[in-house]
Structures are given as C-alpha cells and as structure tokens.
Ligand binder design. Sequence first.
Ligand SMILES: [Fe+2]
Length: 475
Amino acid sequence: MSRIRTKMAAPALSRRSVLAVLSLMLNAAVLCNGGTTSSFVRKVEKAVDMPLDSDVFLEPPGYNAPQQVHITQGDLVGKAVIVSWVTMDEPGPDTVHYWKENSKHKKKAKATVTTYKYYTYASGYIHHCTIKHLEFNTKYYYEVGAGSLARTFWFTTPPEVGPDVPYTFGLIGDLGQSYDSNKTLTHYELNPAKGDAVLFLGDLSYADNYPNHDNVRWDTWGRFVERSVAYQPWIWTTGNHEIDFAPEIGETKPFKPFTHRYRVPYKASNSTAPFWYSIKRASAYIIVLSSYSAYGKYTPQFKWLEEEFPKVNRSETPWLIVLLHSPWYNSYNYHYMEGETMRVMFEPWFVKYKVDAVFAGHVHAYERSERVSNIAYNIVNGICSPVSDQSAPVYITIGDGGNLEGLATNMTEPQPKYSAFREASFGHATLAIKNRTHAYYSWHRNQDGYAVKADSLWFFNRFWHPVDDSTTAHS
Ligand SMILES: [Fe+2]
C-alpha cells in the first residue's frame, strides 16, 4: 500500500515541481523582461518629402510679403516673445505692431534684420523682434508687414510663474517636411488636449539631406510650420540636422542656417550660446541641452549646467524638465549609445536634482522608460546596469515627427527592463501639468483619431510627490 501510495505520489509531486518551475520561469520572464513593445504595427512605407509646389509651402501673395512667421519665448519667465519672419525681396518693414485683445491701443517694437549665404544659396531677409513687458496670461494680436501685405497673428502669454499653475506642453521631435510630418502637425493641432506651447526636440527641416544642404528647404519648412508656430511658441532644441557642417562645399561654421533663422533667449539664463539655455514657464523649469556642443568637464555647457541645477527652486517651479536631442536610454537599433557620453557626464546631476522627465528625439520612433539610473559605476566596481531609481527621471524618446528618413523599426531584443513602452509609429505627445504634484502625459500616434491616446501616464512630481509612478506600480 505504501509502495502504491509512493508510486502515485511521485508523479503528483513531479507535476507540482514542473508547475513550480514553470511558474518561476514565467515570473522570471516578467521580472527580466522590459515593459511593452506595442502590438500596433504601422504599415511600413517610405516617408516622402512633400514637393515644393505643395499647398503647405505656398508663399503668401504679394511682393515681399512676410512669411515663415514664428515665435518663441523671449525671456526667462514668459513676459517677452521673440517674433521672427522672412521677407524674400527686400528688408522690412521692421516694425511689429501688437495689442491686447479688446484693446485698440497698438504698440510697436522694432526688429533686427539678418541674412546669410550658404554655398550658392542666399537667404531672404530674416527679421527678429523681441516684444517685452507683456502681461501674463493675456491674449495679444501682432502684425508684421505693412499696408495690404500686413499679416496678423496672435498668441497668449503664459500665466505668471508659480507652483500650482496648470499648463500644457506639446512635444514634437524630428519633424521634417514629409507627408507624415504634415499628419503629425495636423494631429497635434486637432488634438483636443493640445498644448499652449511646443517643446521641440531638435531636427527641424532636414534641409541637409538635400544636395549641398539646399537651404530652400529651410524656407519651405518655415512656411509649413507657420500655421502652428506663429500662434504658440515653440521652444527650440538643436539636433544633428541643424549642424549643417559641410566643409566639402566650404561651409565650416556649424549651425549657420539655424542660428540665423531661430533665436532663443539664452542670455536670460546666463548661457553663452543658443544651444543650451533654460526658461521658466508657468510651473515648469525647462532646461535645454545640446547633444552637439561640447559637454565634457570644464566646457561652457558643463559649467553652465553645473551652476544651473542649484538655481532651480521647486517651490516656484515644481516641474523640472530637460530637453535634448540624442536619447540616453534607447533600445532601438538606431543611434544606439550615441547619447552615452553625455549620460555619463550629466546623469548624476539629474538624479541628485530629481529631474521629472527628459524628452529626446533623434531616434525616429517612440519609447518611454521606467525611472532608472545608471550612476554607480566607478571604472573598477563593475556596477554598470540601469537600476530602478525613484529619484531619476522618466526618459521619453519622441523622435517620431515624420521626417523623410523614415521610422526606426528595428528594436533590441529582449526589451530591456528599463524600457516601459516602445512603438515604431509617427506621432506627438502632450504633457498637461495640473498642479505641483500631478501631470498627465499622453502620446498620440498618427494612425489614430485626434483624441486617442496610444500611451499615457500620470507623472508624480519628484520633489512634491515622489511616489512610484511607473507603469508596473499603476497596474
Ligand atoms: Fe537627429
């Protein structure tokens, strides 16, 4: 009897063992695996630039009419706006008229005019005008050009900087000027939860993909995005496609077209170059870094950032956000590790100062990380794996604006543990800050309806509410 029992018990034990082992393996898979690689598979088509005669590139009618109108924040706190535009035939008029909504009292501000040559291309007349001493949270109209060629636009200044001021940012990267770029911009504009300002993650026009960096494509891009950037400020980050370094055609001054066309308020944050700077806007402190300027120890960017982080007062601006082009945490097989040297230099500060989120572009796809850091390594200790860290930022790659280089579809496998969600689709995102503790983030792929969220997350502020906000903690 006992033998029979033993015989019968043996297979039962064995099944339990198998089940236990299986369960362990499944658990291990869950623990070792990263987050989600989206099951949505976009039809792979080549992204094609819109032809020069596309309606989105049309010049406004009339001799020397102002075109390529764009605005950005013009000071540290949002009481100034830089208005820029181009006239193709001759300089000026150089006056911007502006007035508050419901006011007949028009004020004037003067622009400066610049031009540049790039190989055989000669630019139009690029006007930049900083309108200062604006009131917070106020709608203004502004007019560039004169007489029958005057063109009127409007913007709303942000609320005064403060800890519980709600504010929504749009997030777009690597836009370019393909048919997909147009879809991305349209989806952003028609998103019912769209932002009041755009944080742009670098790589604007992709003019440098054309023979001799055909700068006509900088002009077409300026006309294409005017429908958004003339009405809400885009905060500029520089990407590799802004470098325009081409010694083979005698162009050896990096960033020449970009710096002539786009101005940023870098001096207001004591920066010495327009590629790294910071602004405050509502309840956010936004630090813009340059992946393509020196950032090693003793360099201007390093020294500036070292002095910048201690200035951030989370009681005034609870949300600390960093923008840069080349992502530090990227599990696609594109631009792999390109952000690594900057990560090594700066990541300890990001953890020390509890950055809430880092937004990057460059990789033409979407990816969101868990809160991780990788700062323990000291050359000899061998501790070189990213670990969960509630003082670390969430890293989001949103280089999926739709440029002609197409999507990054090839991912490293298995998905690393730090990668919470990834998908190779074009799209944009929004970050809606609600108060000092909560912000709602969502990513929208172009294939969906305007209000559909393909990825979303409540961010908990790292200073005021440092509770685990990871995907796994929510589920
Ligand atoms: Fe890039």
